[in-house]
Design a binder for this molecule. Structure first.
Ligand SMILES: [Zn+2]
Length: 345
């Protein structure tokens, strides 16, 4: 991989035209503000504003956001809307339409169905709705997809076993993997057995680790939870032995640069480890995390990386191809996606 330099630095149009892959995108952080407004109204859920412009400051983190608390408070504003039947399905469809507009050709959309379930609406209905929305959005946009079901650290072992059971019930029907999300101050080890069952059932596991917590959370993800990929992994930069291991074992990292700055997982772009990881030969990918809440597209993230670290369009294409390699796909689908992203398969 070259360090850039050859030719002009890519501009937004060139980055948009590059076929891209988003492996780390939370559906609940990707809902269009206009959709929140419309569906909240229809569902009788109060929001703090009644026009999109007035709502934006409440549902999108401001450039001044400098803490995880600020970041999470943004979700609280609109979270009740997502439990209204139909909203997650609509959001899933619109996610793929928006991805297509941004030149994204494949999205792995993740969500934790229990967070939108209610006594009247079981988690299974949330999954069905999301999968139907993704299928519709894909048919309309040509963007391919996989759904990742998130287990959630604050949940009980039993609740996360139910999430895994749900994921397994829809394996081969749109669900392609399982994630563990939530505050990294809570241990992942209690969910080792549930995640093992996911893997035994054919669903690979990705784990949020090394974002808020240190290198030990990444070790736990690899050694105890069987992670095939790591969400974020910023803390790997603080541990040389771990960095060498992640490189040698070719563990893909789902990097989300803007999100890391907003939550203060990383203090500033100057010290973000993305390019150090890339230069060290780690399998880095660039992703959005929560595009609507962060106010970014995947093209924005690619462009930010290009401008910050002097990456060429070829470097960016290599990142997209790394995401193809890391995607939770079977061999045939991976080969097809690789052709689409532009390299010989
Ligand atoms: Zn995430």
């Amino acid at each position: 991989m070259s360090g850039g330099g050859a030719g002009l630095p890519p501009d937004l149009a060139a980055v948009r035209a590059l076929p891209k892959v988003d492996l780390h995108c939370h559906l609940d952080g990707a809902v269009r503000p206009a959709t929140l407004l419309e569906t909240a109204r229809a569902g009788g859920v109060p929001l703090p504003a009644d026009t999109v412009d007035a709502l934006l400051p409440h549902v999108r983190v401001s450039p001044a956001c400098r803490s995880l608390d600020d970041f999470l408070a943004t979700f609280e504003t609109f979270y009740p809307v997502l439990s209204v039947p139909g909203v997650m399905g609509r959001a899933a469809r619109e996610l793929l339409l928006d991805a297509a507009d941004d030149g994204v050709v494949h999205v792995e959309a993740r969500f934790c169905p229990d967070l939108q379930a209610t006594p009247q609406r079981p988690a299974e209905d949330v999954v069905l709705e999301v999968l139907e929305g993704l299928a519709r959005g894909s048919a309309e946009s040509g963007v391919s997809y996989g759904a990742i079901v998130c287990a959630y650290r604050p949940f009980t072992v039993e609740a996360n076993e139910r999430m895994v059971d749900l994921a397994l019930a829809f394996a081969g029907k749109g669900v392609v993997g399982v994630d563990l999300a939530g505050p990294e101050s809570l241990p992942g080890a209690p969910f080792a057995r549930a995640l093992e069952r996911a893997r035994e059932g054919g669903l690979p596991v990705t784990i949020h680790a090394g974002e808020a917590a240190g290198p030990e959370s990444v070790r736990e993800a690899l050694d105890v939870l069987g992670a095939r990929r790591i969400g974020h992994g910023c803390a790997i930069a603080r541990d040389e032995a771990l960095l060498a291991r992640v490189r040698d074992e070719a563990v893909p990292l789902e990097c989300c640069v803007t999100s890391n700055l907003q939550t203060q997982a990383v203090a500033s772009l100057d010290v973000h480890p993305f390019d150090a990881f890339r230069r060290a030969g780690l399998a880095v990918t660039l992703n959005t995390d929560d595009p609507a809440v962060s106010g970014v597209t995947l093209s924005d993230e690619y462009l930010l990386a290009a401008r910050t670290w002097g990456l060429s369009l070829d470097d960016l294409r290599a990142l997209a191809l790394a995401a193809v390699d890391a995607a939770f796909l079977d061999d045939a689908a991976r080969a097809a996606l690789r052709r689409r992203v532009g390299a010989p398969s």
